[in-house]
Design a binder for this molecule. Structure first.
Ligand code: FE2
Ligand code: FE2
Length: 173
C-alpha cells in the first residue's frame, strides 16, 4: 500500500479537527441547555454531571483550537455556524422534549467524538506531532466515558432502542 502524502494527511487531520472543534461547540451548548432544564432536587446528580461534561467539552475545544493553530489552520466557519445552531436548538429543546431525545443526541455526539479523536491521535503520530498523541488519546478516553454515561442514562428508558434511529449504537449492545 502506498504511503499517504504528508500534505494530504495534514489536510485530512485539519478537517477532522475542524469537525471535532465545532462538534464540541454543539455538545457544550446542548449540555448547558440540558443541565439548566434539570431543576428538580432528584435531578441534581445528573445536573452536576452534565455541568462537568460541559466544562470538559469547552476544555477539549480549547485544546483542539491550539492544535489547529499549530497546523496553521483555524475553525471552519460553516461548521461553526451549523454545529453552533444545532447545539443551541437541542439545548433549548431539552426544556420541552423530555429527557430521552437529549440523551440520544448526546450519546451520538460523544460516539462521533471518540472516533474523531482516535483518528486524530493516529494522524498526529504519523505527522510527527508526537506531543499531541497523549492529549488526543486522553480526549478519546474521556469522550468514551461521556458516551458510557449517556448510554447508562438512556438504558433506563423503555424506548432506549430508539438510539438506533439517531444512528447511535449503545456501547456494549
Ligand atoms: Fe469533548
Ligand atoms: Fe464529550
Amino acid at each position: 500500500m502506498s504511503a499517504i502524502p504528508e500534505g494530504t494527511a495534514r489536510s485530512s487531520l485539519v478537517r477532522q479537527l475542524q469537525a471535532a472543534y465545532s462538534g464540541e461547540l454543539a455538545a457544550a451548548y446542548s449540555y448547558r441547555g440540558h443541565w439548566r432544564s434539570l431543576t428538580r432536587p432528584r435531578e441534581r446528580e445528573q445536573r452536576d454531571e452534565d455541568r462537568r461534561i460541559e466544562e470538559a467539552e469547552w476544555h477539549h475545544r480549547r485544546l483542539v483550537g491550539e492544535l489547529l493553530a499549530e497546523l496553521g489552520a483555524g475553525p471552519s466557519r460553516r461548521r461553526e455556524l451549523v454545529m453552533g445552531t444545532i447545539g443551541r436548538v437541542f439545548g433549548s429543546l431539552c426544556h420541552v422534549s423530555g429527557w430521552l431525545l437529549p440523551m440520544l443526541f448526546a450519546g451520538r455526539l460523544e460516539a462521533m467524538n471518540v472516533g474523531q479523536y482516535d483518528t486524530a491521535a493516529r494522524a498526529a503520530g504519523d505527522l510527527g506531532l508526537a506531543h499531541w498523541v497523549p492529549v488526543l488519546e486522553e480526549m478519546t478516553a474521556e469522550e468514551g466515558r461521556h458516551e458510557a454515561f449517556f448510554a447508562a442514562c438512556a438504558r433506563t428508558h423503555r424506548f432506549a432502542l430508539l438510539s438506533r434511529v439517531v444512528g447511535w449504537r449503545l456501547p456494549h449492545d
